[in-house]
Design a protein around this ligand. Structure first.
Ligand SMILES: *Cc1c(COP(=O)(O)O)cnc(C)c1O
Length: 429
């Protein structure tokens, strides 16, 4: 596959943008080679500047659950565009999106819109501290919550992949109030909370981790999180920026029946435009300015284009009961096919999947936390990634990311992907 124009575009970008990319997850640092430059996308496909077509399994890292250029989203954007792009004053559409979120996400009674997942988690942490009057927070190794200073400790995905879990520029003072525990480890959580419980403002967790590859929290771990935080009057924050509207309509809290105090959202709620949100019980959310005293603001928050794309996306997801069944069956087909091909070629690997997010781990045993994720054969993953890319399949360019199936994927796309995986795994064995 020729990527001459992509290579030239990358060279140019490298002279202008650090590393040639505006987010490290887009560089191919973990898999070798140079990133592919995209010209356009449609349905389940990405098209690069050299005219190559790829079946897209990153879906902009989660948002594109309907596929690219869904007619309802494009129509909503065109209608919004005709009315102007930003006002800095409230609109009815913001309440419409807020109402959809409140109706769908079990824990959310009030919600504030922001511009990214990072802003959502940063603001939720501040609110938790303001509400409880406590300083310390608990996070879990391998969970990623955006590039918030206090959360950039033992983060997953790009940070982990690049081997800089503690970024230069994050002060010791900032992270001193962050306690990092092992994911899925109930004993470790119980222990830490019995020592520090009355200083903890919040425990933040990805209820289905996607940023160390797809690693679901066990039922026991989720139940312990809920009980122990309540016992110590600390808030439980579910970071559902990735899992929200993905693993079920109402996110992981809906799928697993565990209700957090605060929830952070992003990705899908913007339908491919920049949106984030944090929400929870009214009694907590009313501490946010101007209802309360916890400061949080944004020039472009609730932007009319982003909100229009978000509303159109959520309406598509809510309007049809078949949506999540369809996603489940497509993703199961892909997962089963990948497992079968790995077994056929004797490549030690396992697939972990929740709904339409999944990861093929080059690892024999279960991946339950950051330590087991880090034990994966990342060289083998890199070779697999490159082989798939050359066969027109665009996977996340890191072992520690989840791939996403969208409603635009067809059975034929999935089967072609499985066939390509068979070829590549055959070469790796
Ligand atoms: C993507 C992600 C974020 C950060 O969102 P951005 O929009 O990239 O700032 C936070 N938390 C989780 C779980 C995510 O997957």
């Amino acid at each position: 596959m020729q990527r001459v124009k992509s290579d030239a575009a990358f060279s140019r970008a490298c002279g202008l943008i650090p590393g040639g990319v505006n987010s490290p997850a887009r560089a191919f640092g973990a898999v070798g080679g140079r990133p592919v430059f995209i010209e356009r996308a449609d349905g389940a496909y990405l098209f690069d500047v050299d005219g190559n077509r790829y079946v897209d399994y990153i879906g902009s890292w989660g948002p594109m659950i309907l596929g690219h250029r869904h007619p309802a989203v494009i129509a909503a954007l065109e209608a919004a565009l005709a009315r102007g792009t930003s006002y800095g004053a409230p609109t009815e559409a913001e309440s419409e999106l807020a109402e959809l979120i409140v109706d769908i996400v079990p824990s959310v009674e009030k919600v504030r819109l922001v511009n990214s997942g990072t802003e959502a988690t940063m603001s939720a942490i501040r609110l938790a501290r303001g509400y409880t009057g406590r300083d310390r927070i608990v996070k879990f190794a391998g969970d990623y919550h955006g590039h918030v200073d206090s959360l950039l400790v033992a983060a997953g995905s790009s940070a982990a992949t690049l081997g800089v879990p503690n970024s230069p520029g994050v002060t010791a003072g900032t992270t001193r109030d962050t306690i990092v525990l092992a994911y899925n480890d109930v004993a470790c959580l119980t222990d830490a909370m019995s020592t520090h419980g009355d200083e903890i403002a919040a425990v933040i967790v990805e209820p289905v981790a996607g940023n160390m590859g797809c690693v679901p929290a066990s039922g026991e771990f989720l139940a312990a999180l809920r009980d122990i935080t309540r016992q110590h009057s600390a808030l439980l924050i579910f970071d559902e920026v990735m899992s929200g509207f993905r693993v079920a309509l109402g996110g992981a809290q809906h799928r697993f029946g565990v209700t957090p105090d605060l929830t952070t959202l992003g990705k899908i709620i913007g339908g491919g435009l920049p949106v984030g949100a944090y929400g929870g019980r009214t009694e907590i959310m009313d501490h946010v300015l101007p209802a309360g005293k916890v400061f949080q603001a944004g020039t472009l928050s609730g932007n009319p284009l982003a909100v229009a794309a978000g509303i159109a996306t959520l309406e598509q997801l809510r309007g049809d009961e078949q949506v999540y069944k369809r996603l489940e069956s497509l993703a199961a087909r892909l997962a089963d096919g990948l497992v079968e091909q790995a077994e056929r070629h004797n490549v030690p690997a396992r697939v972990q999947r929740v709904g339409s997010m999944l990861t093929l781990f080059f690892h024999e045993g279960a991946v339950t936390d950051w330590d087991s994720a880090a034990a994966c054969d990342t060289d083998r993953f890199a070779a697999f990634f490159r082989g798939m890319l050359d066969r027109g399949v665009y996977l996340p360019c890191s072992q520690f990311e989840a791939l996403f199936v969208s409603l635009a994927h067809s059975e034929a796309d999935i089967d072609a992907t499985i066939a390509a995986a068979g070829e590549v795994l055959g070469e790796l064995s």
